[in-house]
Design a protein around this ligand. Structure first.
Ligand SMILES: *Cc1c(COP(=O)(O)O)cnc(C)c1O
Length: 223
């Protein structure tokens, strides 16, 4: 029997106070999310826009929803009215569209730039060069309805701890480079989102400020 409440309470003892825990609730039921909510958890992560919108509608309004999956531009509309942070901005076109819809909703939406730090081709994200190209573009200077708060990345799915560590170090370096060169006047540029159930210990050692954890809390996923 999975004891969700016990799992998250034990997990919290592993996470320092200066690191925020995002409970990744994708594929999990509203009843399961409520169990976690009742322990005091308010930050939740989802990777499907419609699923997140449905859950947000039915669950307590003080939940802060972080979007962490690949976001198709035609799905932005489902989450833009309420999303707390879009962690997975992986192209200039996506950011432009998020900005456009945020303006329509009269909001400023917090975003993270997702970087491709893993070996696997399947993972989304900017290279440093692509991100800099965007940040230097005149188009980007007109994005008044988004606020970039930091970086996000996923390590390679491997048992090789030194490889995972190197990838997290890499993301940390990107964060500091961008902070120095593009966001030095922006005190809200603070987030390094990295670390999942299998590698959050390493991510915390390498400077994560946000960890995104599902299976350790809810048990293995159904899909
Ligand atoms: C599913 C997911 C997580 C959580 O994964 P677990 O291994 O279950 O902790 C974290 N980040 C992203 C982007 C995800 O898609």
């Amino acid at each position: 029997m999975i004891n969700i409440v016990e799992n998250i309470q034990k997990l919290r003892t592993q996470i320092p106070d200066n690191v925020a825990l995002i409970a990744v609730s994708k594929f999990k039921s509203e009843a399961e999310i409520l169990q976690v909510y009742q322990t005091g958890q308010r930050l939740f992560g989802e990777n499907k826009a419609q699923e997140m919108a449905n859950k947000a509608q039915n669950l307590p309004k003080d939940i802060q929803w972080h979007f962490i999956g690949h976001l198709q531009t035609n799905k932005i509309k489902y989450i833009i009215p309420f999303v707390t942070k879009i962690q997975s901005i992986d192209s200039q076109y996506l950011l432009k569209e998020v900005n456009r819809l945020a303006a329509k909703n009269e909001r400023i939406v917090d975003c993270l730039l997702q970087f491709h730090i893993a070996e696997e081709e399947t993972k989304f994200g900017f290279s440093l060069e692509e991100a800099e190209k965007m940040l230097k573009s005149t188009d980007y200077q007109t994005f008044n309805n988004i606020r970039i708060c930091g970086v996000m990345g996923m390590a390679t799915f491997t048992d090789n701890v030194s490889q995972i560590r190197a990838e997290f170090k890499n993301l940390n370096q990107y964060f500091h480079y961008l902070k120095e060169n593009y966001f030095s006047q922006q005190p809200h540029f603070v987030d390094i989102s990295m670390g999942m159930s299998d590698d959050y210990h390493i991510a915390i050692e390498e400077g994560a400020t946000l960890v995104r954890i599902g299976s350790v809390i809810f048990g293995a996923r159904n899909s």
